[in-house]
Design a protein around this ligand. Structure first.
Ligand SMILES: Cc1ncc(COP(=O)(O)O)c(C=O)c1O
Length: 410
């Protein structure tokens, strides 16, 4: 491990990592792609909000409301810095990646897509980046097409280019990092491709933001979606970054309080982004927690985190591939965070269960990526996913236990 990165001191900041598992073994948490653990300072920031200045934002002319508003808007600025947005106005708080992607489909898509138009996505997407587009395609009558993958689990760039350049492609919507294969997609190159053909690009960054530096401007993203809970922040909060000109031209998603300028019974006018897209009382404590999580990751250093996560991912990949009877799902050149695998003779759920008996948490199933599994002729896989606090010893524990399970059950 790099000397710069002291994983033990990172771990010490996460209270849950020292809890015992019912097996009596130390907890080995390798389900980070589903959700990450939270450092003490995030938990404390949220507790402080409720204990000291709980109040609604933007509305009250009293001290608590002003303090809550300052914290909520401070979190937005922290997030804007975290992804290098051009302005805090480009950061819309949502409930998570799912809501952010639905916002793109239902607000931008409903206003801009119709018969003859095309939305291009990929076979490796999470359901959150497939189903909203399917629902909207049924309503608006545009074509929704999916680029295939290469045998190693990377985007088939030739096929993708043909899809984007054919027809009237209006949107390319793609995961930054696959939550099953761990494949890191060349998003800057994809943005260039989309723009060259007059389309926008929407990037699902759910599996990327916690593991690598993200610069939405350098990437050329028009939309970039992610969840707080996968980056050491709380559940119930996420972000849709939208380029200012695109957000300005996009109609509201939901209507209600806070997003209006004037309301008459004959019609309403709306405020500027981001508030235009934040109807109703937002998740205030959660936003505060997310801002703290962003600051935490920045202080640790995004590059050292990336180096650590990639080292651990490579180590897990290498060790899993040496186990007889274990097959990795995909073998992309650049893999980050997630390693999915199957064990000959054992169902993925049984693998996860037997690992859990020894305190090792992995995920089993289709990981909300059924089309990907179908394309690989699989119904399920097991997935180990690492984070900034994962250790080499934890990967060793996974491998030793898997070898034991195979010996005892097969
Ligand atoms: C790539 C990807 N996109 C979207 C999501 C959905 O995130 P959320 O459930 O936080 O909205 C996930 C969650 O696993 C994901 O991994």
């Amino acid at each position: 491990m790099t000397a710069m990165y002291d994983v033990e001191s990172v771990r010490a900041q996460f209270p849950i990592l020292s809890r015992a598992h019912q097996s009596g073994q130390p907890l080995v948490y390798l389900d980070n792609a589903a959700t990450s653990q939270k450092p003490e300072r995030v938990i404390d920031a949220m507790t402080r909000y409720y204990r000291e200045y709980n109040s609604n934002v933007h509305r009250g002319i009293h001290q608590l409301s002003e303090e809550a508003t300052a914290a909520y808007e401070g979190a937005r600025k922290a997030v804007a810095r975290f992804i290098n947005a051009g302005s805090w106005r480009e950061v819309v708080f949502t409930r998570g990646t799912t809501e952010a992607l639905n916002l793109v489909a239902y607000a931008w898509g409903r206003a801009n897509l119709g018969p003859g138009d095309r939305v291009v996505s990929t076979v490796m997407e999470h359901h959150a980046n497939i189903v909203p587009w399917q629902l909207l395609a049924a309503e608006r009558g545009f074509d929704l097409v999916f680029a295939p993958l290469t045998p190693t689990g990377e985007l088939d760039m030739d096929a993708l280019t043909a899809l984007v350049s054919g027809g009237r492609t209006r949107m390319l919507t793609v995961a930054h990092v696959s939550n099953v294969l761990g494949t890191v997609n060349p998003v800057a190159e994809l943005a260039e491709l989309a723009h060259k053909h007059g389309a926008l690009i929407c990037v699902d960054g759910a599996q990327a933001v916690s593991h690598q530096p993200v610069d939405v401007q350098a990437m050329g993203a028009d939309f970039y979606a992610f969840s707080g809970h996968k980056m050491c922040g709380p559940t119930g909060i996420g972000v849709l970054y939208g380029r200012r000109a695109v957000l300005d031209a996009t109609p509201p998603f939901m209507g209600g309080g806070d997003m209006i300028e004037t309301v008459a019974l004959t019609g309403s006018t709306f405020v500027s982004p981001p508030y235009k897209f934040e109807a109703g009382t937002p998740s205030i404590a959660e936003a505060v927690g997310l801002g703290e999580a962003a600051a935490f990751l920045e202080e640790l250093g995004r590059e050292p985190i990336q180096a650590h996560v990639e080292l651990l991912t490579d180590y897990a990949t290498e060790r899993l591939s040496t186990l007889p009877g274990v097959s990795l799902v995909g073998s992309p050149r650049t893999r980050s965070g997630a390693v999915a695998f199957t064990v000959e003779g054992l169902h993925a759920h049984d693998v996860a269960h037997w690992l859990d008996m020894a305190g090792i948490a992995v995920r089993a199933g289709h990981h909300c990526a059924m089309p990907l599994h179908t394309s690989l002729n699989l119904t399920a896989s097991s997935r180990a996913s690492v984070a900034l606090y994962t250790t080499v010893a934890e990967i060793d524990a996974l491998i030793d236990r898997l070898a034991l399970v195979q010996k005892e059950l097969l």
